[in-house]
Ligand binder design. Structure first.
Ligand SMILES: O=C(O)CCC(=O)C(=O)O
Length: 261
């Protein structure tokens, strides 16, 4: 069993202190609810304030890592840290950090598929590596927002034996139905839990639609929020993954030698 908390925040545009305050509150709330893991949305620190990256991109992710590690340690809870803008060697990335409940960094992931419709490709550099980690001995994988539209990438991660896929997003309101349908498909095809956290609120050009949710390995809703700020929890019974995978051997039946290009 793994109890997860989903933090659907109203991310404030280019307002780091206000967003850190929200994150502190929601991590405390998740710990109070006895969650083992809390999940934050994409770009929770600044929103898509790319014009201001010179000031607001976190150099080497140092401030974000110190902040999340100290929260994880203080509340003894693992944190799938959504994502933030980071700067390394002069390049900016959309980066997810995951910490265990002692504040140890488990993984660092740069978004692989940059979203041109929000100009990410003009400002950011794409990552190239997968995002795999273990939470309370549960093998898991993580992706960021637009990565969700690339099942081949997600399959690479899930074929390693991951039982839970964490998805963090700033997904616009007008495509929320696609968000739900793509997430359900990823749960069904990978026979895994999908824990997906979106934000709400606005940037100058976009409105974000919430509907953070958990799907079980058959694609059924375990919990789902609406389009307002909120928090919800779900207890994942990992035995369900074993049962569903045992009932239909999708991974064993793959023909990867045919899947070029
Ligand atoms: O794929 C979409 O519709 C939304 C993607 C997105 O908003 C993002 O990657 O930031």
């Amino acid at each position: 069993m793994l109890k997860v908390g989903l933090a659907q925040l109203a991310v404030q545009y280019d307002a780091i202190a206000a967003n850190e305050q929200q994150v502190t509150q929601v991590v405390a709330q998740a710990a109070q609810a006895k969650c083992q893991v809390v999940v934050l949305p994409e770009m929770w620190r600044t929103g898509y304030a790319f014009q201001n990256l010179q000031q607001n991109s976190d150099v080497n992710g140092q401030a974000t890592q110190a902040f999340l590690a100290s929260l994880a340690q203080r509340y003894q809870i693992a944190i799938v840290g959504g994502s933030v803008a980071t700067r390394r060697d002069g390049d900016d990335y959309n980066t997810m950090y995951t910490f265990d409940a002692t504040g140890q960094l488990l993984s660092q992931y740069d978004k692989v598929h940059l979203f041109g419709l929000m100009a990410e490709d003009q400002y950011l550099t794409a990552g190239r590596r997968p995002n795999l980690f273990q939470l309370q001995a549960v093998p898991a994988a993580g992706i960021i927002c637009y990565d969700l539209r690339f099942p081949e990438w997600i399959r690479c991660e899930m074929a390693t034996g991951a039982q839970v896929l964490f998805v963090v997003a700033e997904w616009p309101t007008q495509r929320i139905q696609q968000w739900q349908q793509l997430l359900a498909a990823r749960a069904i095809e990978n026979q895994a839990f999908v824990v997906a956290v979106n934000c709400v609120g606005e940037n100058p050009n976009d409105q974000f639609g919430g509907h953070s949710l958990v799907y079980d390995p058959l694609g059924q809703v375990v919990t789902q929020l609406a389009a307002q700020p909120g928090f919800t929890t779900a207890t994942l019974d990992l035995q369900q993954v074993v049962t569903v995978r045992g009932g239909m051997p999708v991974f064993a039946d793959r023909r990867p030698e045919l899947y070029q290009g």
